[in-house]
Design a binder for this molecule. Structure first.
Ligand code: UTP
Length: 302
């Protein structure tokens, strides 16, 4: 199988939906359970043999760089094996570029043009982790489909409830969805009446270098931002092939972008943690029982 060794991780958004938590810290460093989400993204990339990661940072770049600097903080021998995920990203070389103003995801990706050069790249959003599932994992299935179909873009998709299509980029398929399906179109945040499907773009892309030409020509779209979806749409319009690869039933996207999805992702990740999960699960059950029936013992009570 052909490999993709480079990834761009956009992490320059302002995270305004998470204020005040993100006033001075990047949302990408918020933990899901024990681990910052951007570290989970880096571990996912390392598992798919990515060797070079360009993190697009913004006004608060210092903390992300410090997080991935191996000289900073505890060393592997000081950390319990269950907490040593940071060092599993060791084969990766991290690079940084600053997006001075958050002009949109498309603009963030465009900052990776010279890093990508003539190579196909993964784009992995720094505020979303993909967890669960078996081999072959999502990125590996995407890489396989991308080269098998000689695609210009390959996009991960997940089903969302029809009333939520206006929160996502939504794809229109040109054929039935199997392990992959060719795309007829992509639309940024359509309302339910305009959505061509309920398959939402899911935080992972593989893109050929052609994308940078389209992004460079792009005009601000939805929300006044340079949208990656618009550039992919223009590529498809010009006859370039794009494919969707669905998340498997047992794969989950954990997204820190809003407080409700962050809360769900944090609770799920901590419940799945081998060290903290069992105790936290008992606590949660007792808390819910107490909230439903105040006469049941309060697990935080004296
Ligand atoms: P979002 O649109 O969810 O992030 O982008 P945001 O702009 O921070 O969100 P709000 O609306 O202000 O709360 C998804 C990913 O793309 C990055 C973000 O950091 C996030 O990881 N991004 C977004 C950029 O790097 N640059 C941008 O201009 C926009």
């Amino acid at each position: 199988m052909s490999r993709v060794t480079k990834a761009i991780v956009p992490a320059a958004g302002l995270g305004t939906r998470l204020y005040p938590a993100t006033k001075s810290q990047p949302k990408e460093l918020l933990p899901l359970g024990t681990t910052p989400v951007i570290q989970m993204v880096a571990e996912e990339l390392a598992r798919s043999d990515v060797t070079d990661v360009l993190i697009v940072t913004g006004q608060r770049k210092q903390a992300i760089e410090e997080h991935f600097d191996p000289r900073n903080g505890l060393q592997p021998e000081d950390v319990a094996p269950s907490r040593s995920g940071l060092f599993r990203t060791e084969p990766i070389k991290f690079h940084y570029v600053v997006q001075s103003k958050p002009r949109g995801l498309g603009d963030a990706v465009l900052h990776g043009a010279s890093f990508a050069g003539d190579d196909d790249v993964i784009v992995a959003l720094g505020d979303c982790a993909i967890v669960g599932g078996q081999e072959p994992r999502l990125l590996d299935r995407m890489i396989q489909a991308h080269f098998e179909h000689n695609a210009a873009a390959t996009i991960a998709v997940q089903r969302v409830s029809p009333e939520k299509t206006s929160n996502y980029g939504i794809v229109e398929l040109a054929e039935e969805l199997g392990a992959a399906a060719q795309l007829a179109d992509v639309v940024e945040k359509p309302g339910p009446e305009l959505a061509p499907s309920n398959l939402a773009i899911c935080a992972r892309y593989i893109l050929s270098p052609l994308i940078f030409t389209y992004l460079g020509q792009g005009k601000p779209g939805f929300g006044g931002e340079i949208q990656l979806t618009d550039a992919i749409r223009a590529m498809i319009g010009d006859g370039h092939r794009a494919y969707a690869v669905p998340l498997n039933e047992d794969e989950r996207r954990l997204d820190v972008g809003e407080f409700d999805s962050y809360g769900r992702g944090f609770v799920r990740a901590l419940l799945e943690d081998s060290e903290y999960g069992p105790g936290f699960g008992s606590y949660l059950r007792a808390l819910v029982a107490h909230m439903e029936d105040p006469s049941a013992p309060d697990p935080d009570g004296q």
